[in-house]
Design a protein around this ligand. Structure first.
Ligand code: BMA
Length: 308
């Protein structure tokens, strides 16, 4: 089971005429809503600070982008950038999960990232363009790759987040309060297998896909060689702390020149996997520099998740 690259790749490139997106565009969120694909992508320009741009498409391949970013740094908690968005809809409201990278460190102890800190943030929107910050899932730790489930489970909101090196599940009643007692680790790197592609680090990709057999997750990982690859994990529908299956084989890895080279080499990094007409559209950053698309049939991916 392998994802198939779209022949039009890469489907979005940096814009050399723009101050804020002339260097890199990568790691987009994509949601399919009212017959259109809506993309929120991470962009870097002259100042190398990540902002979120917006583009829209009727076919998921050809995009029209807005001239200015829809989300940009506001204060010390995100002054170094807004990174890796994941967008979804719950009960008619849009939410964006993103990593805020700031100069301020809002925790105890030492900064987590180069004299600053990161926060796994959630923002809310009713129109996909204007966003209101709600707050982070946790503070003061190295935590990112968080993504909400696209519906409440047993009456509560649920999110995956990455408390390195493990992927955790967290529950909340209002998306504002995330209690430590409502969080638990669910899976981690395959440290005991020397040949595992995901032996060192793992994290979530796009929004969990609901199927009759469980929550289908596409995830990423790497081992000592630091080559990012994708795999799948199936979680129980009612109790997503339970891993039903996790095939050992990766379904995607860097092969094209623009995935092997770029701003960061050997990176495919995805935070979007919308399902449209039975096809999974996996959007990803290649080399932290451009945006690609790879697809598969949902039923084949689920079959692989169960038996692979
Ligand atoms: C991760 C994230 C991604 C990035 C990847 C590869 O830690 O920060 O944004 O694509 O590294 O550089």
């Amino acid at each position: 089971m392998q994802l198939i690259r779209h022949p039009a790749n890469p489907i979005l490139l940096p814009d050399p005429t723009s101050d804020w997106e002339c260097a890199n565009v990568f790691n987009p969120a994509v949601i399919y809503h009212n017959g259109l694909f809506h993309m929120h992508y991470r962009a870097q320009g002259l100042d190398w600070i990540s902002r979120i741009g917006y583009a829209v498409s009727a076919d998921g391949v050809h995009w029209n982008r807005m001239r200015r970013p829809v989300l940009a740094p506001l204060d010390g908690t995100d002054s170094r950038g807004i990174e890796d968005p994941r967008v979804l809809e719950i009960e008619g409201v849009f939410y964006m999960c993103y990593t805020a990278y700031g100069r301020e460190f809002s925790g105890n102890g030492e900064p987590t990232h180069a004299r600053g800190g990161i926060l796994p943030m959630i923002a809310r929107s009713h129109n996909l363009i204007t966003w209101e910050r709600l707050g982070p899932i946790v503070r003061g730790e190295d935590n990112k790759d968080h993504v909400l489930f696209p519906r409440k489970i047993n009456g509560r909101y649920a999110a995956l987040h990455r408390r390195w090196p493990d992927v955790w599940l967290a529950w909340s009643d209002d998306l504002l309060t995330w209690r430590e007692s409502d969080m638990a680790p669910i899976y981690g790197p395959r440290r005991d297998d020397p040949n595992a592609w995901d032996g060192k680090s793992v994290g979530s990709n796009g929004v969990p896909i609901e199927t009759e057999q469980g929550w289908l997750l596409i995830n990423h990982g790497y081992n000592d060689d630091h080559v990012y690859k994708f795999g799948v994990v199936l979680l129980d529908l009612d109790d997503p702390t339970q891993v039903i299956s996790r095939p050992k084989t990766a379904i995607f890895e860097p092969e094209e020149l623009w995935e092997l080279r770029g701003d960061v080499p050997n990176v495919v990094f995805s935070s979007a996997n919308p399902v449209v007409d039975g096809a999974v559209y996996v959007y990803y950053g290649g080399g932290d520099h451009v945006i690609g698309l790879a697809t598969c049939r949902l039923d084949e991916l689920l079959d692989f998740a169960l038996k692979g």
